[in-house]
Design a protein. Sequence first.
Lengths: 194, 296, 801
Amino acid sequence: MRVNFTVNGRRQEADDVWEGESLLYVLRERMGLPGSKNACEQGECGSCTVRLDGIPVCSCLVAAGQVEGREVVTVEGLADYAKQRAEHGSCGTGACGTSVDEAKGWQAKPLDSQTGEGTQLAPIQQAFIDAGAVQCGFCTPGLLVAADEMLEHNPTPSDADIREALSGNLCRCTGYEKIMDAVRLAAARQGEAV
Amino acid sequence: MDFLRPASWEEALAAKAEHPTAVPIAGGTDVMVEINFDHRRPEYLLDLNRIGDLYEWEVGADSVRLGASVPYTRIMENLRGELPGLSLASHTVASPQIRNRGGVGGNLGTASPAGDAHPALLAAGAEVEAESVRGTRLIPIDEFYTGVKRNALAPDELIRAVHIKKADGPQQYSKVGTRNAMVIAVCAFGLALHPATRTVRTGIGSAAPTPVRAKAAEEFLNAALDEGGFWESGKIITPSVAKQFADLCAAACNPIDDVRGTASYRRHAVGIMARRTLTWTWESYRGTAAPTEGVA
Amino acid sequence: MSDISAKGAPIGTPTKVTQGSQTKGGIGESTLRPDGTLKVTGEFAYSSDMWHEDMLWGQILRSTVAHAEIVSIDTVEALKTPGVYAVMTYDDLPTDVKNYGLEIQDTPVLAHGKVRHHGEPVAIVAADHPETARRAAAKIKVEYRELPVITDELSATAPDAILIHEGRDDHHIGHVPHPNIVHRQPIIRGDVAAARERADFIVEGEYTFGMQDQAFLGPESGLAVPAEDGGVDLYIATQWLHSDLRQIAPVLGLPEDKVRMTLSGVGGAFGGREDLSMQIHACLLALRTGKPVKIVYNRFESFFGHVHRHPAKLYYEHGATKDGKLTHLKARIVLDGGAYASASPAVVGNASSLGAGPYVIDDVDIEAIALYTNNPPCGAMRGFGAVQACFAYEAQMDKLADKVGMDRVAFRQLNAMEQGTIMPTGQPVDSPAPVAELLRRVKAMPMPPEQQWLAAGEAADVRQLPGGLSNTTHGEGVVRGVGYAVGIKNVGFSEGFDDYSTAKVRMEVVGGEAVATVHTAMAEVGQGGVTVHAQIARTELGVTQVTINPADTQVGSAGSTSASRQTYVTGGAVKNSCELVREKVLEMGRRKLGTYHPAWATAELLLEGGKVVTDGGEVLADLADVLEGEAVEIEAEWRHRPTEAFDLRTGQGFGHVQYTFAAHRAVVEVDTELGLVKVIELACAQDVGKALNPLSVIGQIQGGTTQGLGVAVMEEIIVDPKTAKVRNPSFTDYLIPTILDTPTIPVDVLELADEHAPYGLRGIGEAPTLSSTPAVLAAIRNATGLELNRTPVRPEHLTGT
């Protein structure tokens, strides 16, 4: 079957999609967006978290056919998504209703150097690097999408709030302490910026 | 495999009538796991995401008509007052991402004894609105679960909504898992006080082939509260009554040993949860103690 | 086949990363990961992200039973499936080499005549879509004739036991008491019988350690691309490229230089990628079809696709005098190695040689064995034999302290080893061993506040309570407990293994600035080796810009990313190659500029800030002027001091190159009625010798601590004892800690240099995994008063149900 939807502000079309394919597979294998990760494919790890019409979901459990006509933001589009949010104000609900024309302005761009140094990052992405929250990094994309969404509607989370919001994202490397640090750091920087 | 994408409820019913083996998919949190792990290859997937009605709810005088696809997150956020037991149950469902997608319709459709919503629905009192091209019927929740992962739906029927009695008293929900988040129930327990009718209802999950009520426990407690004039006086429930209630709840279980827990632990845990939830709801009913429903 | 190379490298091919630094960026600084930006933007390519035009998908058909003869395999229907390019079984293997293995080549690439465990690979399929490959694999008909299963020591060593492997000819068969025992290592020192006489108190215990899974998040995966020269390019997530290569090439019938391996992004490892998984299968299919083949396990398959931590039974007897001195230790450790040897012999070596723990015990009699059974194969996992032993000896220490009537920490401190202590192997501990001090530090940390679930207000915050969001208690039945534990782990490969790493370092001037390039085959699996390599290059070569080349087999072996060894050994190799480069650069300087300043000949010269300086700080030259257009490049091997094998009868020998120590204090809250546990805090103190990157060090300690927590309270692969089949191969039923299960983990880092190691550093990755588990168990025992001789603890154990 054919599926059309918007990914990171860009209209995409996938052809010859097998009916049992997940959104995750289509993103990774058909659209060249492997940032969303395939750690469990059963909704138990959060590594594949994307925003579907603004709402964080496990893309492994969304059938490809279900995203017809809908908007998806992946980790590859997170920096631009955050930039747009900063420029146009927080929408509060997470469902910002960005128009396609508007969204075209923030499609993910290729990196400008081999390490990506100089790349514009979302505050949560920078905080993950700065706090040492990245080890193997396989859980990182999903955590970033989930944490960014939490900070969007809860800019001053308690530790318990952070833990609850991220309780659907497994990490095997860090013991979560540096991830807590990163989210606290992003929240603090967000507070300073306002 | 065919992917059917009805744009309206009528189209969905027609599709289901034409293809009774079609597997409805809404949040996908059960169906997609089975597909990803090659446990299931349905001939047709019937996508319900485009049917907006299923994501809506109406609060009526006595009940809430909850669309089958209303995500658990929305229930937690919007219906805590009307459906406190189901809200607490919703909060125990898997992870935030899953709660953003999954709804009660999926729990009912799958009818796994471990579905988190079932004990809350049983305790609150509910009817499942099932519809087909032949018409609509309301299935009392007590008659809905017919076996392990089996329910009372006809092959051509879809779940449109569930009508849940609005809380007329405190409700509680408790679930045991071996992890502090994102865990399938080893067993679960729901309790609702219904001061208007001076009755108590229960629901037990994951401790029998189907979700069940502890009817003998309810009858015992109803009688004890009535005879002791507890509803009027708001006295503390005596420990012996609470214990008897807990024991009867445990006795209502018919569990198995599996990788998640032993049968005897499940019985034991249901008894503990029954006693605790009775204490919390009763303290709440008495209105004297500090808030006990728990926060998160 | 010729069109393939024309299409160029696959998408996701690793590229070099270059990192500058605002500061000196050398060792001791918490510089940030050079791959950090790539990892947070989703651009970093893991092995499962590899993609090639026209690639096929590989699928493995695995055995549905644990022990059976294969009567027949019928692939006809599978081959007929449209979109299927190849179906291969044992009969299609191209050479006489049909087995592989880390130490003993006992593992069939594809099952031959027999399967020995549930989930063993039987056939492989390549097709144009993963679903096509799955459907085709499902059409392969395998007829099994089931055999009785061997699942424990009793069934394995029964006189009439079926042999898991007939006709063993490996180097352990000569000294094992039964062919179903892979390896046996006794450690005997002193006179236990006499020492036992001096004991005023004796405690015995029998302990059970469950089977833990590494549960790395990135599934086994890779892409094999056939090359024009008949060879194959393999992009793979592994812990040791060259070890894989040594096992892969003979099966393919190719010389090693025709199997070109490149490390793809690795989504965690923890020992689970030490053995091969899909490497050979992908290469076989690629060579057979002439097309690139990608294989990605799903989580279900991952549970069958790698070895696990050995479950163990441990029998311990300790004695102590009434003033609290340990008299003796008798121990027997039975590790279940499952169907294939994997790393079992080395795990036996560790379990036995470290079985006494970090204590002074002169009279010791330890025996460790690993069994062959029909259970899932077990091998390397973080802690590697030392974990199981630590669980047992730390439980013993608590019991013995109680009997003697001493404080449990004080008892440990009284018996703690220190530098100079003689190990049960006869080896003196020749670097700092601050066991008592670690215990003191961890005990001195402030205790977490009580009843934190009430901190937010009147109502109980269930997130802070056992059961969490499941709302099982608002404080009822909740009892706090505190427990302590300490452990000892070896660093690096032991028992005489030639443990070395290779590093190629290049220095040149680019854009007027001296820059360094580091090329090793070290597997970056998340630990931060690439960060540290850049730091070492900056420290040794005085540059700021460092380029890290992708790890591949174009450079010599870097050994495995395991045994807490990479910073020590490959870090040591990078340091060594940098020093050699520096020597050459200084030679060039002396040659070119030596006549301008006498200090070229007389002073100790360093490279700093892009310049040649004297140890007094005087600048002699700019590196750009020394190097001019030339590049200096050195590839060299570096090895730590040699170790020796343990004597097969007495276990005596200089077996380990370095020891590493960590201590934990666990604070738990247990819902004693429901048997649910919440760990409130897991404080750790660890000696790291020298923290090359303090931020990474703490990250390693916290991560290791959490894996120890997992196996204390939830993680276990459950194998049916009747069928030897795995019952919970999924993340629904194999649970690892979420962020709501993981407590705050304060870390106190001690830095006492080991003079034998580069920069005085100590390998750190594994030690925190050891003591975490027994500390949590001790805390639960403290809260409940139960004996709890098994891990993980289940609610059933805490409620007597």
